[in-house]
Design a protein around this ligand. Structure first.
Ligand SMILES: Nc1nc2c(c(=O)[nH]1)N[C@H]1C(S)=C(S)[C@@H](COP(=O)(O)OP(=O)(O)OC[C@H]3O[C@@H](n4cnc5c(=O)[nH]c(N)nc54)[C@H](O)[C@@H]3O)O[C@H]1N2
Ligand SMILES: Nc1nc2c(c(=O)[nH]1)N[C@H]1C(S)=C(S)[C@@H](COP(=O)(O)OP(=O)(O)OC[C@H]3O[C@@H](n4cnc5c(=O)[nH]c(N)nc54)[C@H](O)[C@@H]3O)O[C@H]1N2
Ligand code: SF4
Ligand SMILES: [Mo]
Length: 735
């Protein structure tokens, strides 16, 4: 059971204190950590403070690491940092647990027997690179360098990407597109010509009405957004939450709409219908900036609240009341675009409906809506040009998904299975646990079996590492430099990640691996710099700063910029019409609906429930369950089941059950949480648990894995995103 109360979820500062206390006791029992002599921290009473930024998730909060008597003691927020504003989320504070995790990878490993068996030989770095370089050279000779692909999540992959591009790869993808925010960004790109990005350009703190549709801030702990959400609540903003589950965010809401899963587009169209038919929209804004409004208005006139009622289960009067509420506060009315948007396969169109609703409210470019982010200008390092590829990318052949704006992970996986349009024989996997992040584990394994080389760079023996030929152990973020974070945000700034403590064993930072591998491959000329400090200083000096300065502060801020139309930002929409596209000719030309249309989702078969999943405030994806500090706060996940259903099935809270999906896949055991807070047609669990890598001793088989049960997925025809909320499960007593 999660020990943090709901009231505390929004109070980032409160919950972090508890974590800091836990980390003190942990560090006192762990021996062997060495202090870094060369850092810039000030020394006071034997305590050093080193500014850096967090990597427990991808929000990149500015932090200060404290080293006491040569041991990593705690991490706190850096008050200078615009993202954290001096406060970390519970995961960030528990980040010291990543350094002390006893299950960490300690040395490079080469697979001894067949793939997936988790039997390894420890080797030296040089042996590991020899092995990799030999395989890579063979692949290059036989198939060409394009037959090596890379999966990478986060900033840490930058240097490896550079080495592999120098070798000649073209296929690089991250799960953050086709398994996460891709449909959202594409829906907004189709409407405004620009996406939402990360950090989201949402002006939550100034919103007077905030609509959250399946975006569960407070469990989704992206720091700045949660702090801004708390500010908005405090300022009396009207909150509307749409979720089949009474989430933490729902507990802050004036209106809670327990929607039938998968029917959000019907609700969005009905809201749009009310706002247009009751003339509640921002007429000036629409006239000035809109394209195709008349056709759009005609198209949506059919979607009355009465039409939406049987689809969504939401009372027509509640639909009207909430639509009027949004209109009352416009333009400071923000319908949050969400982030993890890959639900049902119609996700880009659903996101487009969210974009259109915001356009009616006039919130794009306006205070309390969506701002225009700014960044500093830090030139890239001037590397020699990469070789010219002879083959095209293969993740999206013949532009099958015409509006995909980034590479599709699952497209690379498919090509690896089929060998079309050309064979893929090597994968580099950096900081992404593909077994848990991509839907349909069986397909991932099938693809892996076709490879001649799988290299995984990780910090712990994750499930994907279990399938690797070579595992390279990375230093955790508190032990390394990374590339600069030149953030695109409401105020421009540059942030530095720098080491606070040495790695306990033979782990190395990504930049070092990337440089050494390049040298082994005969590509040393792509690394004119000696070490990363030289690289960072070069880039910073070219921008008018220095590494010395950044090492001291961790953050360099630029001038505040205008971020709203009202402050002088010129309304420009890089769409084909140059306007906000209420009616999309480019969608029409590509054979898609120019105005989103609703398709009813499939119902669960009798006796089955829709499997839903999300975040817990103290864990990130499948990457933190082994962190002992965070595991202390939440050791396993639970299955939320409607209380009436649980009683009917004879299950009690705390009892272990197993889930079986329609394809017969059975989960690991998971505890029932019988609750009124979820609809009867679905069940819910936190993603990331149920690890089956035996080397993850601390978390092995604790809780169940949603990923294992996600055998089916619906591919978005516009952009290739994988909708994963379409799996149904039965609940069985644990034998
Ligand atoms: N079933 C299911 N699938 C999902 C989701 C879901 O909710 N359910 N969510 C989707 C979303 S929104 C996203 S963004 C993606 C996230 O997908 P991923 O980013 O792949 O997330 P993780 O599964 O946590 O994998 C991260 C891996 O990086 C490793 N790692 C951690 N720190 C470091 C480091 O410093 N260096 C290196 N080299 N490795 C490190 C971790 O040990 C772990 O193996 O997953 C998507 N897939
Ligand atoms: N603590 C923590 N915070 C995180 C992360 C983390 O791992 N841990 N990961 C970060 C990342 S990369 C991402 S993408 C975000 C993800 O965070 P969010 O974008 O908020 O999305 P999910 O975590 O997928 O949350 C899914 C929510 O949608 C609801 N839901 C499910 N189906 C439907 C439906 O059909 N309609 C509606 N309206 N709601 C539905 C679920 O009940 C749940 O509350 O979180 C970020 N923040
Ligand atoms: S939101 Fe939390 S885990 Fe993510 S970077 Fe910020 S402090 Fe770290
Ligand atoms: Mo995500």
């Amino acid at each position: 059971m999660n020990s943090i109360s709901r009231r505390k979820f929004l109070k980032i500062s409160t919950s972090t204190i508890a974590v800091a206390a836990a980390s003190t006791s942990l560090s006192s029992i762990v021996k062997g950590a060495k202090k870094i002599e060369s850092n810039s921290g000030k020394t006071k009473n034997g305590i050093q403070t080193i500014p850096t930024f967090c990597d427990i998730c991808f929000w990149k909060c500015g932090a200060i690491a404290y080293v006491k008597d040569g041991k990593l003691w705690k991490v706190e927020g850096n008050p200078e940092d615009p993202l954290s504003k001096g406060r970390l989320c519970p995961r960030g504070t528990g980040g010291v647990g990543a350094h002390y995790d006893p299950d960490r990878l300690k040395a490079p490993l080469i697979r001894r027997s067949s793939r997936g068996k988790e039997e390894w030989v420890e080797v030296t770095w040089s042996e590991a690179f020899d092995y990799i370089a030999e395989k890579m050279n063979k692949i290059k000779q036989q198939y060409g360098p394009e037959s090596v692909a890379m999966f990478s999540h986060g900033l840490g992959g930058n240097f490896l990407k550079h080495t592999l591009k120098a070798y000649g790869i073209v296929n690089i993808a991250a799960p953050s597109f086709a398994q996460c925010r891709g449909p959202r960004d594409v829906g907004f790109e189709l409407t405004y010509g620009e996406g939402i990005g990360s950090p989201e350009r949402t002006d939550i703190k100034n919103a007077q009405c905030l609509v959250l549709i399946g975006s569960h801030l407070g469990e989704n702990m992206h720091n700045t957004q949660v702090q801004e959400f708390a500010d908005a609540v405090q300022n009396g903003a009207s909150i509307i939450v749409v979720d089949p589950r009474f989430s933490v965010a729902a507990s802050k809401a004036k209106y809670y709409l327990p929607i039938k899963p998968g029917t959000d587009l019907a609700l969005l169209l009905a809201w749009i219908n009310v706002i247009v038919s009751e003339n509640l929209y921002d007429k000036n804004y629409v006239e000035l900036h809109g394209f195709g409004f008349e056709q759009f208005a005609a198209e949506i006139s059919q979607y009355t609240p009465e039409w939406a009622y049987p689809e969504t289960g939401i009372d027509p009067e509640l639909i009207r009341a909430t639509a009027r509420e949004m209109a009352r506060y416009r333009p400071a009315s923000l319908v949050h675009p969400g982030r993890h948007a890959t639900w049902y396969g119609d996700d880009a169109q659903r996101s487009r409906a969210i974009a259109l609703l915001n356009a009616l409210l006039g919130s794009w470019g306006r205070k309390g809506g969506f701002y225009y982010p700014a960044s500093m200008d830090v030139p890239a390092y001037p590397y020699p040009p990469y070789p010219t590829p002879t083959k095209e990318k293969l993740d999206n052949p013949n532009k099958k998904y015409p509006f995909a704006s980034e590479a599709i992970t699952t497209g690379i996986r498919e090509a690896t299975i089929t060998g079309n349009p050309y064979p893929v024989k090597g994968w580099f996997v950096y900081a992404t646990n593909l077994i848990n992040a991509l839907p349909n584990e069986e397909e991932t394994i099938k693809a892996i079996k076709n490879l001649d080389l799988l290299v995984v760079i990780d910090v712990i023996p994750s499930e994907i590492a279990g399938w690797a030929d070579v595992v390279l152990p990375e230093s955790v973020y508190l032990e390394r430099y990374d590339d600069l974070n030149v953030e695109l945000f409401r105020e421009p700034f540059i942030a530095l990640r720098q080491p606070a403590i040495e790695s306990p064993n033979d782990q190395k930072p990504n930049w070092w691996m990337a440089k050494k591998l390049a040298e082994k491959l005969g590509l040393g000329n792509y690394y004119p710099w000696k070490n990363i400090e030289e690289y960072l200083d070069y880039r910073l000096t070219n921008a008018g700063f220095s590494l010395k300065e950044l090492k001291e502060k961790g953050i360099i801020k630029g001038e505040k910029q205008s971020i709203y139309f009202d402050e002088g930002i010129k309304p420009e929409f890089p769409t084909p019409s140059g306007k906000i596209e209420f009616y999309s000719l480019q969608l029409q030309q590509a054979g898609f609906d120019p105005v989103p249309k609703y398709n009813r989702p499939a119902e669960p078969p009798p006796g089955y429930f829709r499997l839903l999943f999300g975040r817990a405030p103290v864990h990130s994806f499948s990457r933190t369950q082994s962190n002992r500090i965070l595991a202390d706060m939440m050791e396993e996940n639970e299955l939320w089941v409607n209380a009436v259903i649980a009683e009917r099935l004879g299950f009690k809270s705390g009892q272990y059950v197993k889930l079986k999906n329609t394809e017969g896949i059975v989960s690991n055991k998971i505890k029932i949480k019988a609750t009124e807070r979820i609809r009867p047609d679905c069940v819910y669990m936190v993603h990331g648990f149920g690890h089956n890598s035996k080397m993850l001793k601390g978390t092995y088989l604790k809780g169940a894995s949603d990923a294992q049960l996600i055998t089916k997925y619906a591919t978005d025809p516009l952009m290739g995103g994988t909708g994963m909320n379409i799996n149904f499960v039965t609940i069985e007593a644990e034998a």
